[in-house]
Write a protein that binds this ligand. Structure first.
Ligand code: SF4
Length: 774
């Protein structure tokens, strides 16, 4: 235990480099002036700038308009990677030939474990099925000094919260719910593998300075309302796009009433409104959580910063600081919410949910209730759910819906075992799954007979509910709610049941009504450590370890660097495909079964653009070669690659929207794509393309989209000058039609000086590798 000292020895607490961070903050104060009022998120973010003056004063009207304008070049303190995205991050890192990572880093094996019968059988099966990937990650971790958390150790965000997150820290994670760590006062941002590599090799990581959206919490939660309901309500208010380009910063008297883990639930799901990240200020309730997780030393370090010198109050916003937008939520009047189906921002207060079920003709019953995951498996969540189970058990009731419990980590699982909470769940008929993502990421083998394509409902305390996310069935309506509401409703199996007001018939003929749940925020004697086999490997690099990649593997392949740009204009490119309509990162690099190949660029490239609609024929994934033969898009891409024929894709608006999947940039590049010419781009994907050496261009006049067809030959004019001049100048595209006619089309680019360097070198990674190699 953390406090009592018995059991396996606890690891040394990971303390952020506070001295360095504070020096950075002093620089910020001296550049912007002592009187400048800053939000908390700005303080922590700017304190991590590589070059404070350049970042804060360029393009900002001398520091007056930083948010939304400045290009921040940041040096994060730490990197965390989950097993699916770590593969490409590590493969990219390896091409830089460094002996160790520049900042502390960790790998967490959580995404590839299937939930079916329970942890004892599921975990060994998944380990066997993914052995070569785990071996690769483990050997790479040992070689480069990355802490490796083996399968079964827990879900990345829960493990990070328990071990690494701390007030004032800045970290990157290769997963969208990395902001979970913001519940403990860290700036934690979800990124792709190539971005993580920037931090791993000590290159500055770039971010357009976010706007700051303030959520002021008033009052105090009571009864059935929980932290989850704060974010379910906020998602309804802001919608899935409302947080784009912003950091959500929480403040107000309500903050001090929440538990540390409750704050993490809230920041976790900031990802659902598109926010860059979310953050809570250092609060009194962080203290007992840090203690219970064996990190009293952080409290000592933090107290010096937070209170040592009021004018330097680094871990709180300056009073009177300005926010770009503000939302107020009153916790005292907040009622439980249920969000969904199919989108996390369709938010319904519980009291109106029955009506919504009627009006929308949602299923009146649901087959499974699932609690836990990285979002909601705290001691508080689980003991409150346990209280409800005990109430129902005392009345002789059993859940009507299947009931699944996913602990977020071995630490929380072992603690819940000791408190006999898991035993209570099992006796009630619940299935305790492995400490892993499982049903939250589609790794769920349902055994209740619901067929693919069959409409049905489930209720879960997870964070995302897009079609097919949990069980691969696009017709499963997944509703998001707090663990308490999911648990109580599982006893009725009806979506129309409101546990606050309704009763359930008891075996003896009487009726049963739930009392509001009660639980404990923290275990009385600290957290248990659990099975020592789940503790991470050492952070000491060991150059004698060979990184294992089988050349015959179909899941892993070492990366060959992309070739450099060469000289002069691009000539003789051909239009591989002209896309009509929406083209998301899912369209460009589909997920589902393809996730298996995330570490094998040639194999995953077989899915390139398979969701794209042909602008001429309306067919999906049917491309035509010059002689009229048709085949799939990846087939034509491969054919042209073999022939040395480089190509471009033409597309419409918002090309590359959706998740920031870097494979959507890597794959076209691998197959010989040099330019994507679109009406407009999603910003993150546009940056990802440039990092991989692909040139994103937009039509100056959108109508010019109509002037290009598949198989036209393309030549650039002005590109070479732009690349030579660090982004200055204009570019035109010359379209050689098959009739012999040549059409000139003006286009726009967004290449910065650094990005011109990426394109010329072949990729950002090639630039890094050149710097790091002796
Ligand atoms: Fe992502 Fe779900 Fe895993 Fe959390 S539990 S890290 S949301 S897949």
């Amino acid at each position: 235990h953390a406090n009592t000292g018995h059991g396996t020895a606890r690891r040394r607490a990971a303390i952020p480099p506070y001295q360095k961070i504070l020096r950075g903050f002093e620089d910020v104060r001296s550049v912007l002036g002592e009187s400048r009022k800053l939000t908390l998120a700005e303080k922590i973010l700017y304190a991590h700038l590589d070059n404070v003056e350049e970042s804060l004063l360029e393009n900002t009207n001398n520091g007056k308009n930083i948010r939304g304008n400045a290009n921040l070049k940041l040096k994060p303190d730490r990197v965390a990677m989950q097993d699916a995205s770590a593969q490409m991050a590590i493969l990219q890192f390896m091409t830089c030939d460094l002996p160790s990572t520049a900042v502390p880093a960790s790998i967490h094996c959580d995404h590839m474990i299937v939930g079916e019968k329970g942890a004892d059988t599921d975990l060994p099966n998944s380990i066997a099925g993914n052995k070569e990937v785990y071996d690769f990650l483990e050997t790479a971790a040992k070689r480069y000094g990355i802490e490796f958390w083996p399968p079964g150790a827990g879900i990345i965000h829960q493990t990070v919260l328990e071990n690494y997150s701390a007030p004032g820290l800045m970290m990157l994670g290769t997963d969208s719910h990395t902001p979970n760590a913001g519940g403990l006062g860290a700036i934690a941002i979800g990124v792709g593998g190539a971005d993580a590599v920037d931090a791993l090799v000590d290159a500055p990581w770039e971010l357009k300075a976010p706007k700051i959206l303030n959520v002021r919490l008033e009052g105090k939660l009571s009864g059935w309302a929980s932290p989850k309901d704060v974010i379910l309500r906020l998602a309804g208010l802001l919608t899935v796009r409302g947080g784009t380009g912003s950091i959500i910063e929480y403040s107000g008297p309500g903050v001090d009433t929440l538990s540390a883990t409750g704050m993490a639930t809230i920041t976790n799901m900031g990802a659902e409104v598109g926010a860059t990240t979310s953050i809570f200020p250092f609060a009194e309730n962080h203290v007992p959580y840090l203690k219970a997780t064996g990190r009293s030393s952080i409290i000592d370090a933090v107290k010096g910063i937070a209170y040592g010198n009021e004018s330097y109050n680094f871990l709180r916003p300056d009073s009177g600081c300005e926010y770009d937008e503000q939302v107020v939520i009153d916790l005292s009047t907040l009622e439980p919410h249920i969000n969904g189906p199919f989108t996390p921002d369709l938010s319904t207060p519980l009291s109106k949910f029955k009506e919504a079920v009627e009006v929308n003709r949602w299923p009146k019953t649901f087959g499974a209730g699932l609690i836990g995951s990285c979002t909601n498996s705290s001691f508080e969540d689980m003991t409150r759910a346990e209280d409800l189970v005990k109430q129902a058990q005392a009345a002789g009731l059993r859940p009507k819906a299947d009931f699944f419990i996913t602990p977020g980590s071995e630490q929380i699982r072992a603690t819940l075992e000791e408190s006999s909470t898991l035993d209570t769940f099992s006796k009630a008929g619940g299935t305790v799954l492995a400490n892993a993502c499982g049903p939250c990421i589609g790794q769920w083998k349902r055994t209740d007979g619901v067929k693919k394509g069959e409409e049905n409902a489930i209720l879960c305390s997870y964070n995302r509910n897009f079609p097919g996310r949990n069980d691969g069935n696009g017709k499963t309506m997944s509703f998001l709610a707090s663990p308490e509401i999911v648990t109580a409703m599982a006893y009725s199996g009806s979506t129309e049941f409101n546990p606050l007001t309704d009763t359930i018939p008891m075996p003896g003929g009487k009726t049963f009504k739930f009392e509001p749940p009660t639980g404990s925020r923290l275990p009385g004697s600290g957290f248990a450590i659990g099975n020592p086999a789940f503790l991470p490997s050492s952070a000491e690099p060991d150059s004698s370890v060979q990184v294992v990649v089988d050349p015959q593997s179909d899941r892993l392949a070492l990366l060959d660097p992309f070739p450099p740009y060469g000289q002069g204009e691009l000539k003789g490119l051909k239009v591989l495909y002209k896309v009509k309509g929406q083209c998301t990162t899912d369209t460009i690099s589909a997920a589902g079964p393809w996730l298996k190949y995330k570490g094998h660029l040639p194999n995953i490239s077989e899915n390139t653009l398979i969701g794209a609609v042909n602008a001429k024929t309306g067919e999906t994934n049917v491309a035509y070669d010059a002689d009229g033969t048709n085949m799939s898009i990846p087939e034509l891409g491969k054919k042209w690659k073999q022939q040395g024929q480089q190509w471009i894709v033409v597309a419409e608006d918002n090309y590359g929207e959706g998740s920031a999947r870097e494979h959507a940039a890597l794959q076209p590049r691998y197959l010989g794509g040099r330019i994507i010419l679109a009406k407009s781009f999603a910003r993150i994907h546009q940056t990802n393309l440039k990092k991989q050496g692909v040139i994103p261009l937009t039509f100056t006049q959108k109508e010019d989209y109509d002037k290009i067809s598949a198989n036209d030959e393309i030549e650039t004019s002005g590109l070479w000058d732009v690349l030579q001049n660090g982004g200055e100048g204009h570019i035109k595209i010359l379209v050689h039609k098959r009739s012999g006619e040549v059409v000139e089309i003006p286009v726009e680019h967004t290449l910065s000086k650094d990005q011109c360097g990426f394109v010329l070198a072949g990729s950002a990674l090639n630039v890094l590798a050149k710097k790091t190699k002796p």
